[in-house]
Structures are given as structure tokens and as C-alpha cells.
Ligand binder design. Structure first.
Ligand SMILES: *[C@@H]1O[C@H](CO)[C@@H](O)[C@H](O)[C@H]1NC(C)=O
Ligand SMILES: *[C@@H]1O[C@H](CO)[C@@H](O)[C@H](O)[C@H]1NC(C)=O
Ligand SMILES: *[C@@H]1O[C@H](CO)[C@@H](O)[C@H](O)[C@H]1NC(C)=O
Ligand SMILES: *[C@@H]1O[C@H](CO)[C@@H](O)[C@H](O)[C@H]1NC(C)=O
Ligand SMILES: *[C@@H]1O[C@H](CO)[C@@H](O)[C@H](O)[C@H]1NC(C)=O
Length: 503
């Protein structure tokens, strides 16, 4: 089981690349959009889990010659690239029985880490006699167009094919290919995804109902676009999580920012702060420190899962510090409690991960999730500055983002009104301690577009592997999801039988 608080720690580097940009913009606006991944890490990118003991021989890797551009017929669109997918046949009831297919839709990172960490498929394979398929998202891992990462990420001309509509079309093609290859025409397909991948799962079901019978969209903030969700929602949930864990911890954090500013403004102030926080490199400015701390708190809240509950860990450090210690020593004790004993903290040098690089393009083109920090949080306010964001994206990539495209293409406004008589078979699952849950679907839309949430759950918790230590509410959430999916499949088989008999 690879899920550990360490991932939440590794989540921090996401801002590394982006930081160099935001420095010029000062702390006035947020540039970095918190990452959307089932697990809080730059994930094990360097270790090839496919060949490790974590994933058994039952997983076989395949490649599909994928079309570069599904949406027009210019000659260059016909170029192909090798797209990786992985299958596990061990539990499959077979095509003759039209046994189900579970398809995990990769998100913004290489597929390798997901195989071990997305437990929902393997945990339920035997209950459904399901064939398991995991498909990697284009531009990540081994699924890189244009022959090399260097070429694919060269500029907006090659990056332009890197978007969600292409990715969903890729998934549809591969699923159809598999059904054909194994004569599994009548096998019902359930698509499963977490976070950004959860959005893709719900959208695939809506756009390609002939490909997927249903979708499990875990922690998918499909409503965190445009102004559908208040921009400050994310950080107000982070604040709430800390306040609920410990009122004194929350107050210490809230009061720490002005102390940092005050010390930073003194002569040698940055040197004092660097030494206080044992930074790996001298701080360039106070924003660097505040940004890293802010991201640490956000990561702890987003991935605040049992049994360790990272928010509780941070607060145990902060509250456990000697009462007589100054406020920044308390904050530092929180950092150490969370990150463990290290030789240095805050700004350890890291190379940008594939996710850092890929998600940066995705948020700068299509996935504009306008997260700012409003009043009444434990943070200093930092409104989302759309114009500033656009300018920064233009200077990075030469093309501006399209902040309204997601809601034009997939919808989102008045979602209940629109979907209650259109579409079916989608589970939107959430944990309300996850700050992204505020951009999720939290109310049932119809009899089969359902919102299943837990009060104390965190980001994508339901699709992580089952553990003996799982709390009762988590066990029940997963049972409910399984029961709903079984219902969809039973209905489908009844329909299938009725239609086959007629012919
Ligand atoms: C599936 O059905 C086909 C045709 O009826 C048959 O030839 C084949 O042996 C069956 N396969 C299995 C695994 O039962
Ligand atoms: C990207 O690079 C290629 C060749 O290096 C060039 O032809 C193309 O115009 C560039 N595109 C952009 C948007 O700069
Ligand atoms: C961290 O290191 C210090 C000194 O080496 C030690 O006293 C302390 O117990 C360590 N803490 C943890 C959590 O390992
Ligand atoms: C970054 O990558 C380079 C080249 O692969 C490597 O030599 C270096 O050790 C890496 N740095 C870190 C901090 O991982
Ligand atoms: C959620 O956690 C809080 C604090 O640990 C606890 O008091 C509450 O009963 C939990 N709620 C549910 C629904 O499990």
C-alpha cells in the first residue's frame, strides 16, 4: 500500500516551477492551482511500479496506436502515438458471459503509480468478475506524442493536442478496441476516475453513453470552473479542517503570517527566517516561505485521510511545541511533525515532475480552476486574478487560456436542471474535508446520477485500497457505491436479455 503522508509532502514541489513566475507577481494573486490527483504526490514517478512487486504479474501492458487529433481531418491529424494501457484478466468472467469491464481513466501523471494506489478496481474485481483496464492519459508516462517529451512539450503547436476532449476520445477508442479484440461487445463498461480523472469519467459517460454504462467519479470538482463555485471555497475548507482539528492550532497559523512579514521587513530578516525554518536554501523573499507553508496546509487538508490524518499531525506539532516558544517555532514544529526529521525544510531542490510540467499546461489552457483566498480564513487574502493568470500563461506558452471552455463544452451551470432528465449512471463521490469537494456534485441529481459523500472523508479516499483500519463510514461509502454499480449492471443485463430475446 503506497499511500502515505509522504505523498502529501511530495505534493509541495508542484509550486516549484510556478513559483519563479509568481515571485514577480508578488503575493497579490495566486498563480498555482492546487493539484488534482487521487494521491498527494508527484507519485513515485521514478520507480517503475509496473515491474515492481507492488503490482503482480496479472497486469499486462499493451500499447495502442492512438490518433493524434480526433477532431479534424487535416493530414497531420492522422499521426499516431503509442498509448499505454494495462489489463488484468485474472477475475474476468469472460466475453461469453458479457462480464463487466472496469476501466480506470488515467489523470495528470504517469499510470505507474495508479496501478498500486487505485484500489477500487482490484478490490472489487472478484465481486464483479470484472476485466480490469487502466489507461494512461496522453502526454504522460509512456504515452507521449511526437516521439519524445522534448518534442511534445516544445511549444503550443505540439502541446495543443493535450486537452481533455482528446483524452476522453482516446479512452473511448481504446475501450472500443478492447471490446472488439475480446469479442466483448455486450460487456458493460464502468469508467472510474479520481480528481481530474474523475471529471473525465463523468464527462465520458455523458458524451459517450455507448462506450460506458456508468461512471464512478471520485472527488471530481466539475463545478470549480467559471464562477460556479465561490473562488474562496477551497481555502475556507482548509481553514475549517484546521479549526475543527484544533482551535489553538488554527489561531497560531492565522497569527503567523504577520509575524513572518514583520521579521522579513527587518534587516537580515530573511536570514533569520531561513535559519528559523532550517531552509535548504536561503529564502529569496517572505512570499516563498508563506507560499510553501500555505501549500503544506492545503495538501494536509486535501489528503487528510485515516489513519494518520495529516491535519492532526501538523496540529500536534504546532500545539505540542513548548507554550513559551515564539509563534514561528510553533509553526516550524508543525512542519517537522508533518515532514519528519530532515536535514533541511521548505525549499529543498527538486526537479519538476511530469505532473508539474503537464498540469501547468493543462491549467494554462483549459483547466482554469479559479482558486483564490477570501476573507475569514486562516490565510492572508489573495484573490484569484484572472487577468494576471492569463498574462502569466501567455508569457509561459504564447497562448492564452480559455477559462470558459469547460462549461461551454461539458456544462455545469444549473447542473441539476440540465441533467435531471438527461444522462444517468454517474456516482459523484466526495469527502467533505477535501477542499476540492466544494466544487463537486454534492446533491443527488436524479435517481441514477447520485452524490455519495462522507463528512470526514478526504480527496479520492473511496477509490484507494481497502484497509483493515478503515473507519466504518468509509466502508459504508464503498459498499453503497458497489451496490449502486451492481444495480446499473443488473438493469443492463435485463435490458440486454429482453432485446436479445426479441431478435
Ligand atoms: C465462448 O463462446 C464461443 C462460441 O459459442 C465458444 O466457441 C467458446 O469456446 C466460448 N469460450 C469460452 C471461454 O467459454
Ligand atoms: C513551435 O516550433 C516549431 C518548430 O520548432 C515552429 O515551426 C512553430 O511555429 C512553433 N510554434 C509556436 C506556437 O511557437
Ligand atoms: C528527530 O531527531 C532528533 C535528534 O536527532 C531526535 O531527538 C528525535 O526523536 C527525532 N524525531 C523523530 C520524530 O524521529
Ligand atoms: C534532477 O535531475 C538531474 C538530471 O537527471 C539529476 O542529476 C539531479 O540529481 C536531480 N535533482 C534532484 C534534486 O532530484
Ligand atoms: C467526524 O469527525 C469528528 C471529529 O473527529 C467526529 O466528532 C464526528 O462524529 C465524525 N462524523 C462522522 C459522520 O463520522
Amino acid at each position: 500500500m503506497k499511500y502515505s503522508p509522504e505523498f502529501s509532502v511530495q505534493w509541495l514541489p508542484f509550486t516549484v516551477m510556478v513559483l519563479s513566475i509568481s515571485i514577480t507577481g508578488t503575493a497579490a494573486g495566486r498563480f498555482d492551482i492546487p493539484r488534482l490527483s487521487p494521491i498527494g504526490g508527484a507519485i513515485i514517478e521514478n520507480s517503475d511500479l509496473l515491474s515492481s512487486a507492488a503490482v503482480s504479474d496479472d497486469f499486462q501492458t499493451f500499447y495502442y496506436p492512438q490518433t493524434l487529433d480526433h477532431f479534424n481531418y487535416q493530414p497531420q491529424s492522422y499521426a499516431t502515438f503509442q498509448q499505454r494501457y494495462v489489463m488484468n484478466f485474472k477475475y474476468w468472467g469472460g466475453a461469453n458471459r458479457s462480464a463487466p469491464i472496469f476501466a480506470y481513466l488515467g489523470a495528470e501523471g504517469p499510470l505507474d503509480g495508479d496501478l498500486a494506489v487505485i484500489g477500487f478496481l482490484i478490490d472489487n474485481a472478484i465481486r464483479f468478475n470484472a476485466l480490469l483496464v487502466y489507461i494512461e492519459h496522453r502526454y504522460y508516462g509512456k504515452s507521449i506524442p511526437f516521439g519524445s517529451r522534448e518534442e511534445a512539450f516544445k511549444n503550443a503547436s505540439t502541446l495543443g493536442y493535450f486537452n481533455s476532449a482528446q483524452a476522453i476520445a482516446d479512452y473511448a477508442e481504446i475501450i472500443m478496441h478492447i471490446k472488439k479484440k475480446f469479442n466483448a461487445f455486450y460487456s458493460p463498461v464502468i469508467v472510474i476516475g479520481g480528481s481530474y480523472g474523475g471529471m473525465l469519467a463523468s464527462w465520458l459517460r455523458l458524451k459517450y453513453p455507448h462506450v460506458a454504462l456508468g461512471a464512478l467519479a471520485s472527488s471530481a470538482p466539475i463545478l470549480y470552473f467559471d464562477k460556479l463555485t465561490p473562488r474562496g471555497a477551497y481555502f475556507s475548507v482548509v481553514t475549517k479542517d484546521f479549526k475543527e482539528a484544533s482551535e489553538t492550532c488554527y489561531r497560531t497559523i492565522r497569527n503567523s503570517w504577520s509575524v513572518i512579514d514583520k521579521i522579513a521587513s527587518q534587516p537580515h530578516g530573511l536570514a533569520i527566517l531561513s535559519s528559523k525554518f532550517k531552509t535548504c536554501e536561503p529564502l529569496k523573499d517572505s512570499f516563498e516561505l508563506k507560499d510553501k507553508l500555505e501549500n503544506m496546509y492545503a495538501g494536509a487538508a486535501q489528503y487528510n485521510s485515516p489513519p494518520t490524518y495529516p491535519v492532526t499531525e501538523v496540529c500536534r506539532g504546532i500545539d505540542g511545541a513548548n507554550e513559551k516558544q515564539d509563534i514561528l517555532s510553533k509553526i516550524f514544529a508543525g512542519v517537522v511533525a508533518y515532514r519528519g526529521n530532515r536535514s533541511c525544510y521548505i525549499n529543498q531542490p527538486t526537479n519538476a515532475s511530469e505532473t508539474d510540467v503537464g498540469w501547468s499546461w493543462q491549467t494554462c489552457s483549459e483547466m482554469v480552476i479559479p482558486i483564490g483566498i477570501g476573507k475569514n480564513t486562516m490565510f492572508q487574502t489573495a484573490p484569484f486574478d484572472l487577468n494576471g493568470f492569463i498574462q502569466q500563461c501567455v508569457s509561459l506558452y504564447g497562448v492564452p487560456p480559455r477559462p470558459h471552455w469547460v462549461t461551454s463544452y461539458y456544462g455545469g451551470h444549473d447542473i441539476k436542471l440540465i441533467l435531471q432528465r438527461f444522462g444517468s449512471n454517474i456516482i459523484f463521490s466526495n469527502g467533505l474535508r477535501d477542499p476540492y469537494s466544494r466544487g463537486g456534485v454534492l446533491e443527488h441529481i436524479s435517481e441514477s446520477i447520485l452524490a455519495i459523500h462522507t463528512v470526514n472523508g478526504s480527496h479520492c479516499l473511496d477509490i484507494l485500497p481497502e484497509r483493515d483500519s478503515d473507519p466504518e463510514w468509509l466502508v459504508r461509502q464503498r459498499e453503497t457505491e458497489v451496490k449502486i454499480i451492481k444495480g446499473w449492471i443488473a438493469h443492463y443485463y435485463a435490458d440486454l436479455k429482453a432485446i436479445l430475446i426479441k431478435h
